[in-house]
Design a protein around this ligand. Structure first.
Ligand SMILES: Cc1ncc(COP(=O)(O)O)c(C=O)c1O
Length: 444
């Protein structure tokens, strides 16, 4: 960064937060004795000062075991599109719980939810279910390989598609890793299988995509991307870039896969493909589609999905399509679709008021700040100019953002450590006003 932003005094903040979260601190110590790392997924460990333990949540608020209530913009890392414990989902789930948790067999909710998905998702002629985003991306890639008879796929740096070895590469590499990689794939951790199937390319780099197809086009089964790069700064595609991906994949006989695990049912009822007006061949959904319960969906065109329908491409899972999660999904999707998806204009206006209000407050206080994305999911970075690629996001002052997050926690606002903010339909304008007040206090 070129200028020196005002510091946020974290010694006082940290002491203040620690005095309020003694129950979480002792539970975290206890948990680490039996649960590896004291958390159930690696990223949660980065919470500062320690990962919090929660007792309950309702609407836009979540309450920890020490009785502190926060306005929540983490939304469990995205799934809670209707906020915490929404009544419509609770009722649907409790009706189903009394009827059975899972049958390992067919039931009406399977086709009822499938019909809703096919109605709202532009590329969906047919759908298939699984339980997590990681799994469903694997189904999509297998299907792309099965349809094309090719083994490779093109992935963009900074994009996250789950923790399987095949995709957990070139995610957020360090400068040193980039320098020593020679343009090849960069695994995130140790123990991953050598990856010969991934062709890594920078986001928004048309020439690199063209080069990759020129060099290996007959081996590339698919291009997969987050159509809004939510996992690395909410970076949008450059104007025309998604259309370009649509065109080049069609030209080379490869499939275009949108990973809509975050953008699905969040940017719009029809997800990013409706929002940007580009229809992929396949799309993957998780997080919001389950209304807070574990559900993932592969949606796609009949000409490709028919390989799953026929059983040629194997898709399996004991708990796939379980009725509890599908009851939640049906309630959530029906709620979101009421009045033609009218609730999305509220999501957008509240989210934009917060994003722009916060940007202004921070800028007025002398912080070089950039926001990207918009409305239902956006990102705040302390940096001088907007980024177009993951590598450009590396200029952001993440230590300062971490201090900002800690000060917000002290002021009763819970945010993710990486700068991403999620809004739910339960966030009211009063919540946004209260959050802007908290931001003012956090930087004062
Ligand atoms: C875009 C995207 N794809 C896939 C995944 C993997 O989903 P899951 O954590 O449910 O396995 C995530 C998770 O954050 C994601 O953001």
């Amino acid at each position: 960064m070129t200028n020196n932003p005002p510091a946020i005094d974290t010694s006082l903040r940290e002491a203040s937060v620690r005095s309020k979260i003694t129950g979480s601190i002792s539970r975290y110590a206890r948990s680490q004795e039996s649960l590896a790392g004291g958390v159930s997924t690696a990223l949660r460990r980065s919470a500062r000062p320690v990962p919090l333990f929660f007792d309950h949540g309702k609407g836009s608020r979540v309450t920890d075991v020490d009785g502190n209530t926060y306005i929540d913009y983490t939304l469990a890392w995205g799934p809670l599109i209707l906020g915490h414990s929404p009544d419509v989902v609770n009722e649907a789930v409790s009706v189903q719980l009394a009827k059975g948790h899972t049958y390992g067999a067919q039931h009406d909710l399977e086709f009822e939810v499938a019909e809703l998905l096919c109605k709202h998702i532009p590329c969906a002629d047919l759908v298939a279910y699984a339980n997590s985003g990681t799994e469903i991306v694997q189904v999509a890639l297998r299907l792309a390989r099965g349809c094309t008879g090719r083994s490779k796929y093109l992935k963009f740096e900074g994009h996250y598609h789950g923790w399987d070895d095949s995709v957990l590469v070139s995610y957020r590499p360090s400068k040193q890793q980039i320098e020593s990689s020679n343009g090849g794939v960069i695994p995130v951790g140790v123990g991953q299988r050598p990856n010969r199937e991934t062709v890594p390319v920078e986001w928004n780099d048309r020439e690199a995509v063209e080069r990759a197809f020129a060099e290996a086009g007959s081996d590339i089964a698919a291009v997969v991307c987050e159509p809004l790069l939510c996992n690395s700064g909410c970076l949008p595609a450059d104007p025309g870039f998604l259309q370009f991906l649509r065109e080049i994949t069609t030209r080379h006989g490869a499939l275009l896969i949108f990973d809509e695990v975050i953008t699905g049912f969040r940017l719009a009822l029809g997800g990013a493909q409706e929002f940007y007006g580009v229809t992929p061949d396949l799309a993957t959904y998780a997080k919001a589609v389950g209304g807070g319960l574990p559900l993932s969906v592969l949606a796609g065109k009949a000409e490709f999905m028919s390989r799953i329908a026929s059983g040629q491409v194997v898709h399996a899972g004991t708990l796939n399509g379980n009725p509890v999660c599908l009851a939640a999904a049906k309630a959530a999707i029906e709620f979101l679709a009421e009045d033609g998806g009218a609730v999305y204009s509220q999501l957008w206006s509240n989210g934009e008021k917060l994003r722009k209000g916060m940007e202004q407050l921070l800028r007025d206080a002398g912080y070089p700040v950039v926001t990207s994305g918009g409305g239902p999911v956006f990102h705040i970075s302390f940096m001088d100019r907007p980024a177009r690629t993951y590598r450009e996001t590396m200029a952001s002052n993440t230590a300062l953002y971490s201090d900002f997050g800690l000060a917000l926690l002290d002021e009763g606002v819970l945010v993710l450590p990486d700068g991403r903010w999620y809004i739910s339909t339960a966030h009211s304008e009063a919540d946004i006003d209260a959050t802007l007040e908290a931001v003012r206090r956090a930087i004062s």
